[in-house]
Design a protein around this ligand. Structure first.
Ligand code: Z5A
Length: 212
């Protein structure tokens, strides 16, 4: 099964503290101002069941999942999100912005945890089946991103990983962007937040113009 790409499906990716939440708000405002229906969502999460799986994944109070359990939980949440939220919205013509999607599994469970990339690709084909038209990768040096993320207070299970882990995450994302340059737009997210948001909005406007 090949992946079905939806032009109105936009994903935001990046390491910790890259500034995805800030950019997502700017993209949502731009799309809403054009009069379109906009659905903003996130992964893991985006449905009640998938949000429960998110807390199992991130909460430090549970028994930590093994690498394989983590991978399957992430894809279980995604299976629910795709069928219950993403495909219905895309099929009715809404724009959908998701804070993370399958690229995150290649970066975190694949590149960083050492999971089998071919198995992740099989899961993507059989369980997910869809792909974003455009992905904005907010790329920031690991030390800068971690300082921002940890400056916010409570740290979740994955945020508690060592810097090496996040270097592998960053490398995994950059490799994905290099392999699919037509889908990815890489933004230097070490700039000030308003400059990052302005670049993201410029990419969006260009994309909207081409996919009106
Ligand atoms: N995960 C996974 O392992 N596999 C998967 O398949 C998926 C996810 C889908 C939850 O994701 C976790 O799930 C994540 C990967 C894993 N790992 N962890 N932990 P998440 O996206 O919800 O969580 P996150 O990556 O920890 O989000 P984040 O750190 O909140 O990142 P962000 O949304 O990109 O950052 P932000 O909230 O917009 O900004 C963080 C802080 O920095 C905040 O105080 C801002 O005011 C500040 N900020 C933002 N931009 C700037 C700039 N440009 N300059 C200065 N300060 C800034």
């Amino acid at each position: 099964m090949t992946l079905r790409s939806y032009p109105r499906f936009i994903t935001l990716e990046g390491g910790e503290g890259a500034g995805k939440s800030t950019v997502l708000a700017a993209l949502r405002d731009t799309l809403s101002a054009s009069g379109s229906e906009v659905v903003s969502t996130r992964e893991p999460g985006g449905t009640p069941l998938a949000e429960q799986i998110r807390s199992l994944l991130l909460d430090t109070h549970h028994e930590p999942p093994t690498a394989q359990a983590e991978l399957l939980l992430v894809f279980a949440a995604r299976a629910q999100h795709v069928r219950e939220t993403l495909v219905p919205a895309l099929e009715r013509g809404a724009w959908v912005i998701s804070d993370r999607f399958t690229d995150a599994s290649y970066a975190y469970q694949g590149a960083a945890r050492g999971g089998d990339l071919a198995f992740i690709a099989e899961l993507e084909r059989h369980v997910v089946g869809i792909a974003p038209g455009m992905t904005l990768l907010l790329d920031v040096p690991v030390a800068v991103g971690l300082q921002r993320a940890r400056g916010r207070g409570a740290i979740d299970r994955i945020e508690a990983e060592h810097e090496d882990f996040f270097e592998r995450v960053r490398g995994g994302y950059l490799a994905r962007a290099k392999a699919e340059p037509e889908r990815f737009r890489v933004i230097d997210a070490s700039q000030a937040a308003d400059a990052v948001a302005a670049q993201a909005v410029a990419h969006l406007r260009q994309w909207m113009g081409a996919n009106a």
